[in-house]
Design a protein around this ligand. Structure first.
Ligand SMILES: [Zn+2]
Length: 200
């Protein structure tokens, strides 16, 4: 574990024990999954030293420019499977319009649209496991009511919309574990989260 300012960098195991000991006063009912789009894997790998913290600082600067008070997400996951706490878990994130009040916002560093970054195995393992750990911690079912993708929400109304309707982003990517639809999540992603939880 290393800390720079508010950012705390963890291995998955370190995060698991940190989460275990966490006492949170905010009610959590939604685990949000996003991709950063930019930086993507290429940008991440280009920085040879201090790449985790320097990208967190860069992302925070970009979010401040967009009018946020600080970095938008509670958690960032990295291509090599490391992860970082960003915005304090007690603070409501700025992840999905209409779905932040009881949300934990996770940004997975990369661009997971079709034909963009091929997610590493280490990154897959961290993403799958952290979704399971968070559901476990906050006593949420492993289903699409608790684990959500940004793509399912209309950007203007903040409401869940049917696939192919409304104004939506592709986030967390059209190839995020084989697709960004609710159906793809149920078929490809949630079974992995359930498996990961059994393995923990
Ligand atoms: Zn997003």
């Amino acid at each position: 574990m290393t800390q720079q300012g508010k950012f705390i960098l963890f291995t998955l195991d370190e995060f698991a024990s940190w989460l275990d000991n966490l006492i949170l006063h905010r009610k959590i009912s939604l685990i949000q999954n996003h991709h950063t789009f930019l930086p993507d894997y290429k940008a991440f790998n280009k920085r040879k030293t201090d790449k985790y913290f320097s990208w967190l600082v860069s992302m925070e600067a970009a979010h401040r420019e967009r009018g946020f008070s600080e970095i938008a997400q509670n958690v960032t996951t990295f291509p090599d499977g490391m992860l970082a706490i960003c915005r304090n878990f007690e603070t409501v994130p700025a992840g999905i319009k209409g779905a932040n009040a009881n949300g934990i916002c996770m940004e997975h560093l990369g661009n997971f649209d079709l034909e963009k970054d091929a997610m590493t195995e280490a990154h897959q393992h961290t993403i799958v496991t952290i979704n399971g750990l968070l559901c476990n911690k906050f006593k949420l079912g492993i289903n699409t009511n608790s684990i959500v993708y940004h793509h399912w929400y209309d950007l203007n109304t903040g409401k869940l919309v049917a696939e192919g309707t409304g104004t939506t982003k592709t986030c967390p990517g059209t190839n995020f574990f084989g697709g960004n639809t609710k159906q793809a999540c149920q078929q490809n992603f949630l079974p992995l989260v359930k498996e990961a939880l059994i393995a923990v």
